[in-house]
Design a protein around this ligand. Structure first.
Ligand code: NAG
Ligand code: NAG
Ligand code: NAG
Length: 582
């Protein structure tokens, strides 16, 4: 069972407008349209199955190969995107209690102070179509996400069922769209909103959030009927980390080290999952196509930026057909948008952990490369609570010991992945030599050189695991050896032998035990000392013993047959067609 599917949400962003200048008249400022798919991979090659994305976005834009979601779980990742903060700062750390969900987000007060509120300060309209946070449901739909001028959200428990689309518009009574597929409803609604926004005066931000290619419960996602027979021969790619031997697998940690080899049935199931995913993302490719077509029809396409996690950006001042190694994360989007919209820095929320990427988007292949492991190349990745493995033998099983702290150094010449599990097992991979993370250098006989490296990486992780604001943007500020003659600002500089003693005696990242949520006492020690008093707590309410709304039972039946067939007539949007209640 040695399959690992990178769980990264994808984002496609379209910014349109004639100028980026902050002092341009309000009506001339660039619009922003972000299209974010759910759980899409980059490494498994899903982008190869998206011809529109390839042609229109990559061909005319920049593909960022090192964009990361800093928490690989729906609700925390979206919360991080919406607040511009690491998950340890939002404390929205899982899709259900006690880690998080939409109710916790509201109780914490985060609903009052996040992206759409700031976008509106910049004089923009802010709209949202599709999946919001887990736990926005048929029970609490009437308390809608705040800040949006218009929000039309997929609601639970139906969200998992592509064939039973139920949405609530601005907190109104949910509507079921009988006869339609989730991808089509989101696409049609998005194009409808886009047209209205393009016809109005104000600049705007539009988030388009389809659910594809997320798994449907324990099953592969259901594609639209018109895509159900595509790619009959496609199989999950057999990379070096596909179903590796026990010898390799036992270098992993927690439950992973005990996973058995996949038998042919499990392999076939992984192939079915892969196929379902690439078929389901055809509907996302259509969303991109229709959004671009609408922008073109309104004469805005030449001034459009587009992005994708896998991240692709297209826009004014951005070169075409380029691949970039510049590192970035979801929490950088919010500051980047505010930068694009020209919101005065004095008006930015003070708690942002991310940084604006606008300079990098415009200059994605800089001539002067940063020193290895400088601040911008440090990516903190974290997780709390259980994990579900999407293969039959593990169906319905929650694998509890899956909390971890991870550090990635993402440099062109030297890249590293360092991982500390809640069992305090460690993993270290030299990504330059071993991109599929086969050879764990922290296990068994660890070389003296790798020990020196682990000491440095541990010290960076000590800072990033609880960083906020500037300490996230520049972890090195908290890692200066007293004997250093000049400022240490990169892994290369820190590796100098004269700093061995300093980094060796540094406190070690540690968990007391595997817990399902962020507990300060369990994650001692912290660096700098007292960092546990920050964790973004000044900018949210305490949530101890919070209670989630109950979901209740589904009340409406789905389509009898998969929707989105050729006969549904919904492939192309037409202005005479408006979504109606059925
Ligand atoms: C990491 O891998 C690269 C590429 O094989 C190699 O040149 C380098 O020496 C390795 N670094 C360490 C510290 O093992
Ligand atoms: C999970 O981790 C705890 C330590 O926190 C350990 O005692 C327990 O044995 C682990 N469970 C499994 C199934 O590995
Ligand atoms: C995070 O949330 C959990 C559950 O509500 C709570 O017990 C914990 O104290 C919170 N941690 C922080 C650092 O706010």
């Amino acid at each position: 069972m040695h399959v690992s599917i990178a769980s990264l949400a994808a984002a496609t962003l379209a910014l349109s407008g004639s100028a980026l200048a902050a002092d341009a008249p309000a009506s001339k400022r660039p619009n922003v349209v972000i299209i974010m798919s759910d759980d899409q991979d980059r490494l498994l090659g899903s982008l190869d199955y998206m011809p529109v994305l390839q042609r229109e976005m990559m061909g005319n834009g920049v593909e960022f190969e090192n964009h990361y979601g800093t928490i690989s779980n729906c609700c925390p990742s979206r919360a991080s995107f919406l607040r511009g903060q690491a998950a340890h700062s939002t404390n929205i750390t899982h899709v259900r209690p006690p880690g998080g969900n939409y109710d916790k987000w509201r109780i914490a007060g985060e609903n009052e102070n996040y992206l759409p509120h700031w976008i509106k300060k910049a004089g923009y309209k802010a709209e949202y179509v599709g999946k919001f946070l887990n736990g926005y449901s048929q029970v609490n739909y009437h308390i809608p996400p705040k800040g949006w001028d218009h929000i039309d959200a997929l609601i639970e428990p139906y969200i998992n069922d592509y064939n039973n689309v139920v949405m609530s518009q601005n907190g109104e009574r949910p509507v079921q769209y009988r006869g339609f597929h989730s991808n089509d409803v989101v696409r049609i609604k998005a194009i409808d909103r886009l047209e209205r926004l393009l016809d109005a005066e104000d600049p705007f931000f539009l988030a388009v959030m389809p659910y594809a290619p997320h798994v449907a419960g324990n099953k592969p996602p259901t594609p639209q009927a018109r895509h159900a027979d595509k790619f009959p021969d496609a199989k999950a790619p057999r990379f070096a980390n596909w179903n590796p031997s026990d010898e390799i697998q036992k270098q992993k940690s927690v439950f992973l080290k005990d996973m058995k080899l996949m038998d042919s049935e499990a392999e076939a199931s992984a192939d079915r999952l892969f196929l379902g995913r690439i078929r389901a993302i055809q509907g996302v490719d259509e969303i991109i196509e229709d959004v671009l077509a609408k922008l073109e029809e309104k004469g805005q396409l030449d001034n459009t930026y587009d992005t994708n996690l896998p991240l692709v950006i297209r826009g004014p001042g951005i070169p075409g057909g380029v691949k970039s190694k510049v590192a970035s994360a979801h929490l950088d989007f919010a500051p980047t948008f505010l930068d694009i919209m020209g919101l005065d820095k004095a008006e930015w929320p003070e708690f942002l952990d991310g940084r604006s990427l606008l300079e990098e988007w415009k200059d994605p292949v800089p001539e002067v490369k940063p020193e290895i492991g400088s601040a911008k190349e440090i990516i903190n990745i974290e997780f709390w609570g259980d994990k579900v493995v999407e293969i039959p033998e593990y169906a319905g099983m929650k694998l509890d010991n899956n909390s971890y702290k991870t550090l990635r150094i993402v440099s062109e010449e030297s890249s590293w992945m360092f991982l500390n599990w809640c069992t305090n097992e460690m993993e270290l991979y030299n990504i330059t030599a071993d991109p599929w993370e086969i050879n764990n250098l922290a296990r068994g006989e660890v070389t003296a050189e790798h020990k020196r490296l682990i000491n440095r990486l541990n010290s960076i992780l000590m800072v990033t695991k609880s960083c906020t604001k500037d300490s996230c943007r520049d972890p090195w500020s908290a890692l200066q050896p007293p004997e250093a003659q000049s400022r240490i600002g990169s892994l290369t500089a820190a590796m100098a032998p004269e700093h061995d003693a300093f980094y060796e005696q540094f406190p070690k990242v540690h968990f007391g035990q595997c817990m399902q949520y962020q507990d300060e006492a369990n994650e001692q020690p912290f660096w700098p000392p007292g960092a546990e008093n920050d964790l973004g707590k000044a900018h949210r309410n305490p949530t101890d013993n919070w209670v989630a709304s109950d979901k209740g039972k589904p009340g409406v039946e789905p389509n009898a047959e998969p929707a989105g067939g050729r006969s549904s007539g919904a492939r192309r949007w037409s202005s005479s067609w408006r979504m109606s209640t059925s």
